[in-house]
Design a protein around this ligand. Sequence first.
Ligand code: GLU
Length: 304
Amino acid sequence: MNYQKIINEIYETVLPMQAMGRQATYIPALAEVNPEQTGMCVETLDGRRYAVGDSDVRFSIQSISKVFSLAMALSLEGDKVWKRMGREPSGASFNSLVQLELEFGKPRNPFINAGAIVVADILASRLENPEEDFICFVRSISNDTSIGYNDEVALSEYSCGYLNAAIANVLKFHNNLEGDIDRVLRLYYRICSVEMTCCQLAQAFLPFADHRREFCHSGVRLTTSQVKRMNAVMQTCGFYDEAGDFSFLVGLPGKSGVGGGIAAVCPGNYSVAVWSPRLNAKGNSVVGMKMLELLTTMTEESVF
Ligand code: GLU
């Protein structure tokens, strides 16, 4: 498969679409990012890397980090995690408060904000230095020690995080948040603020494409079945209330973030990361989704 030729062609095709959509501005620091940037990186299980465009520019991974924090929580608590949240697509926006209230403080899944705040609570209550352990894990899985938090982004979100604070309070009311609300939210925002490039993200997702190999990175251990199931949750819940369309158009498990990034895996084959800041109405990168749709169409490789 000539991935380089394919992704070069994809890049040329999508460039005119860069102007479509709107970048996230509800986190003030994200509004300052130049939206005219697009990158893509494919990493195959046999160790080849193919990149195009702004694939080495760091961006805010935001909710893509929810995959890494879930991996840590599963490694610490195993199936106990599923007592505190479900595995169903939400069909609602990522920060919906209504659904959480109606469902008595049990988040639909770990990839909406409510679920990820519970995951942050698990890390905060089980680990002595959760911030340090989280970043060590991300560095280890990416094989890159230069990756870090962006504290300006974390603080910027903290200062305007009204809905997430409401979510945390609803969770606390329903006894689904053990720790101190402020402590857990600060950890959650730091986790969201991690900055990575498309190439670093593709590398970090490679172990999820390779569920037959033992998953052990910086003390985070997952069984092959846990990795397979994480892919299942990514497939059904990884794209806000657009998970069905993403599955229909792209056909890969993955996770998006409001920074405009998407990371996905073709199990047994490759991992891929794309980035372009402008989002569609559901919160997914317009160009990112198109690039992945073209990738699975042109390679005829997807999980289906
Ligand atoms: N930090 C963002 C929030 O809590 C993450 C949203 C996302 O990327 O989906 O709203």
